[in-house]
Design a binder for this molecule. Structure first.
Ligand code: FAD
Length: 565
C-alpha cells in the first residue's frame, strides 16, 4: 500500500463546488494540486517513518542535523516553489490565493508533519515583516525568506513564559547604531537550528530595560543567525528536546547572548505584531489536524478491508474483513465525516482570508486551531483502534500518527486558551455580533435548503438555535462572572466546531445532490452527510448544557483538595 494518497478528488470538489474555483483557472488548479500531491506522496511521505526513528542530532558546536533525506527534500521543495505559492509577488512569491497554499499544506503535513515544521512558520514570518517591518528589514529579509533560501522561526516561549507571554524576561538593550542586543533563553523553538538553510531568521519577543511590566512591555525583534556582514550572531542552540512525537522536527532551546537584533514594528507593541504570525500559524494547526486524521484514515480503511476477524451477521465465511462490523464502520464514518467536513471548513476559511473577510476569519481561527487539532488527534486514536493490538506496534505506523498529532493541540497556544480567545475576544468583545452574524448565516442556509436535504438541514437549524442560546448565556453571565465564562468556554468551542463542520456538510451535500446515485463519489458524500446528521449533531444539545452548567461545581474544591492524602 502507498504511504499516502493525496485526496485530490475531494480537494477539487471543494474548490469547484464550494469555492467557485477560488478565482483560479481550472487548469492551473489541477496542475498545482496534482503536482503538489505527487511531490508529497512520492518525495516526502517515504521520509516520515525513517525521520521518526532517526530524529535530529545536536552536535557539540550547537549545530543540528536533520533526519536523512530532509536536505534533499527541502532542496526539491524550494526548487518547485511550494513555499512561495501565496507569498507576495513583490518579494518573489507567486501571489496565488491562500486557499491554494492551504491545500498544498495539507498534503505536505499528511506526508511528513515533522518535515513541514521547518518551512511551516516562514509564511507567518513573512506576513509580520510585510505588515510591521521597516523598509530596510523588508528589503534585506523578505526576498530570501519568500524564496526559502532562509527560514523563519518564532522565538516566544521561555521556561516561565508559556501561555502568558507577558512574563517574557529576555532583554533587549539599544545599541548605538539603532540595533539591539538581545539576551535571554528561549525554549521550544521549532526549527531554531537545522541544516536546511544557511541562515535562520528568528522573530523573538524581548523587553527593553525600562519597558512597562507585563504584556504591554514586550517588543518584537528580528535576530538572524548570520549577520548581514556574514559573521555569526550570538544566538545558538543549547539543546534539542526529546519529544513524544515529531522527532524529525528540531525543537530547540536557544541562547541569545547579546545577539544583534532589529526592532519589528513599534516598541512595546510586540505581542500584537506577533499575533499576525500566530494567527497564520493557528490556521496551519487546523490543517495539521485534518492532515493527520486523513493519513490515519487511509491506513485504517485499507486495514479494515484486508484484516479478517469475526463474521458479518448471516455470513458463511470463516471470517470476514473488519469492514463488515458496524462498530468498525462507526469509527471509519466518524473519520470521513471529520476529515471531509473540516477540510472544507479550513479551505472555506482560507478563501475568506483571500476575500478580506476578517471578522469571520478571526472568529473561526480558534475553532479551527483547537477543534481541528482535538478531532485530528481523536481521529488518529480511533483509527489506531481499528488496528487492535497491531495499532500499538511501531511497524504499522499508526502509533506515530497518534504521537505526532498530539503536538498541535499544545503549541501555538494550548487548546484551552483558544477557547478563552473564542469567548473573550471573539464573543464578548463585540457583544456577540459576529457570532450572531455567523449563526444567522447558517440558519439562512438551513431554511433555504432543498427538502431532500431536510435530514441534515432540520437538525442543523436546531443546532444553530442551541448555539445562539449558549452564546446568549455566556454573554449574560460572562461579564459579571469570569469563572462562568472560563468554565463554559471549551464546551462552547466544541459546540461551534460541531456546528461549523455540520454547516460545511450541508454545503457539501447540496453540491453532491445533483450527481448522487450516478457518481459514487457524490453518493458517498450524501451518505457521510447523513452520518454527520445522525451521529455528530446530537452532541450539540449536551454541549449547550455543559456551557450553561456554570463554574460552581468546577470551583467548589479548595486547591489543596486536589492533592491525594
Ligand atoms: C512540539 C512543540 C513545538 C513548539 N514550537 C514552538 C515555537 O516554535 N516557538 C515557541 O515560542 N513556542 C513553541 N512551543 C511552545 C508552545 O507554544 C507552548 O508550550 C504553549 O504555548 C503552552 O505553554 P506552556 O507549555 O508553558 O504551558 P502553560 O502556559 O504552563 O499552560 C499549561 C496548561 O494550562 C492552561 N492554561 C494556562 N493559562 C491558562 C489560563 N489563563 N486559563 C486557562 N487555562 C490556562 C493551558 O491551556 C495548558 O493546558 C512548542 C511546543 C511544542 C510542544
Amino acid at each position: 500500500m502507498a504511504d499516502y494518497v493525496p485526496p485530490l478528488r475531494d480537494m477539487r470538489f471543494v474548490f469547484s463546488r464550494l469555492l467557485d474555483g477560488a478565482g483560479v483557472d481550472d487548469d492551473l488548479l489541477d496542475a498545482v494540486l496534482g503536482e503538489a500531491g505527487r511531490f508529497a506522496a512520492e518525495a516526502i511521505a517515504p521520509l516520515n517513518a525513517a525521520a521518526n526513528k532517526a530524529g535530529c542530532t545536536r552536535h557539540q558546536d550547537g549545530s543540528v542535523t536533520t533526519p536523512p533525506g530532509f536536505q534533499e527534500a527541502y532542496r526539491q521543495y524550494r526548487e518547485a516553489g511550494w513555499g512561495t505559492l501565496a507569498l507576495p509577488e513583490e518579494y518573489g512569491g507567486q501571489g496565488l490565493p491562500h486557499v491554494m497554499a492551504t491545500a498544498v499544506e495539507e498534503f505536505l503535513n499528511s506526508a511528513c508533519h515533522a518535515f513541514n515544521m521547518y518551512p511551516g512558520l516562514t509564511h507567518g514570518a513573512v506576513a509580520v515583516l510585510e505588515a510591521r517591518g521597516s523598509e530596510e528589514l523588508k528589503a534585506a529579509y523578505l526576498p530570501r525568506l519568500v524564496s526559502g533560501e532562509w527560514l523563519g522561526t518564532m522565538a516566544l516561549t521561555e521556561p516561565q513564559a508559556g501561555t502568558d507571554l507577558g512574563l517574557v524576561r529576555t532583554r533587549a538593550a539599544p545599541n548605538a547604531d539603532g540595533s539591539f542586543a538581545v539576551t535571554g533563553e528561549k525554549i521550544f523553538c521549532s526549527g531554531g537550528e537545522h541544516d536546511l538553510t544557511d541562515n535562520i531568521v528568528h522573530l523573538a519577543l524581548a523587553r527593553l530595560p525600562d519597558a512597562p511590566a507585563g504584556s504591554r512591555g514586550i517588543s518584537l525583534f528580528l535576530v538572524p543567525k548570520i549577520l548581514p556582514d556574514g559573521t555569526r550572531n550570538a544566538v545558538s542552540c543549547g539543546a534539542i528536546e526529546h519529544k513524544m512525537g515529531l522527532s524529525g522536527s528540531a525543537t530547540c532551546a536557544m541562547h541569545f547572548e547579546g545577539a544583534t537584533g532589529w526592532l519589528v514594528g513599534e516598541l512595546n507593541a510586540g505581542l500584537a505584531a506577533m499575533f499576525i504570525m500566530m494567527n497564520a500559524a493557528r490556521l496551519s494547526c487546523g490543517v495539521q489536524g485534518v492532515a493527520q486524521a486523513e493519513l490515519a484514515y487511509q491506513k485504517a480503511a485499507a486495514y479494515a478491508l484486508e484484516r479478517r476477524q469475526g463474521r458479518a451477521a448471516g455470513s458463511a465465511e470463516e471470517a470476514d474483513p473488519l469492514i463488515v462490523h458496524p462498530d468498525v464502520r462507526r469509527l471509519l464514518m466518524d473519520a470521513r465525516a471529520f476529515t471531509e467536513g473540516f477540510r472544507a471548513l479550513v479551505l472555506w476559511t482560507a478563501w475568506q482570508i483571500d476575500q478580506g473577510n476578517d471578522d469571520l476569519v478571526a472568529l473561526l481561527t480558534p475553532v479551527i486551531k483547537a477543534y481541528g487539532t482535538d478531532r485530528g488527534f481523536e481521529t488518529a486514536v480511533a483509527m489506531q483502534q481499528i488496528f487492535g493490538g497491531h495499532g500499538y506496534i511501531t511497524e504499522t505506523g499508526v502509533e506515530q500518527i497518534v504521537r505526532d498529532a498530539r503536538a498541535p493541540m499544545l503549541y501555538e497556544g494550548a487548546n484551552g486558551v483558544q477557547a478563552l480567545d473564542l469567548v473573550g475576544r471573539k464573543l464578548l468583545r463585540d457583544g456577540g455580533q459576529t457570532v450572531e452574524r455567523f449563526i444567522a448565516l447558517v440558519e439562512g442556509q438551513c431554511e433555504d435548503a432543498d427538502e431532500t436535504l431536510g435530514f441534515l438541514a432540520t437538525p442543523l437549524l436546531e443546532a444553530a438555535h442551541e448555539a445562539r442560546e449558549a452564546a446568549l448565556w455566556l454573554l449574560s453571565q460572562g461579564k459579571a462572572d469570569p469563572d462562568a465564562l472560563g468554565a463554559g468556554s471549551y464546551a462552547f468551542l466544541q459546540l461551534i466546531g460541531v456546528l461549523t463542520t455540520g454547516w460545511m456538510w450541508l454545503n457539501l451535500a447540496k453540491a453532491a445532490l445533483p450527481d448522487a446515485g450516478s457518481d459514487p463519489f457524490c453518493t458517498a458524500k450524501l451518505a457521510t452527510a447523513r452520518h454527520y446528521a445522525l451521529h455528530a449533531l446530537p452532541q450539540v444539545s449536551a454541549l449547550r448544557r455543559k456551557v450553561e452548567a456554570g463554574a460552581e461545581a468546577l470551583m467548589a474544591l479548595p486547591p489543596e483538595a486536589f492533592l491525594r492524602d
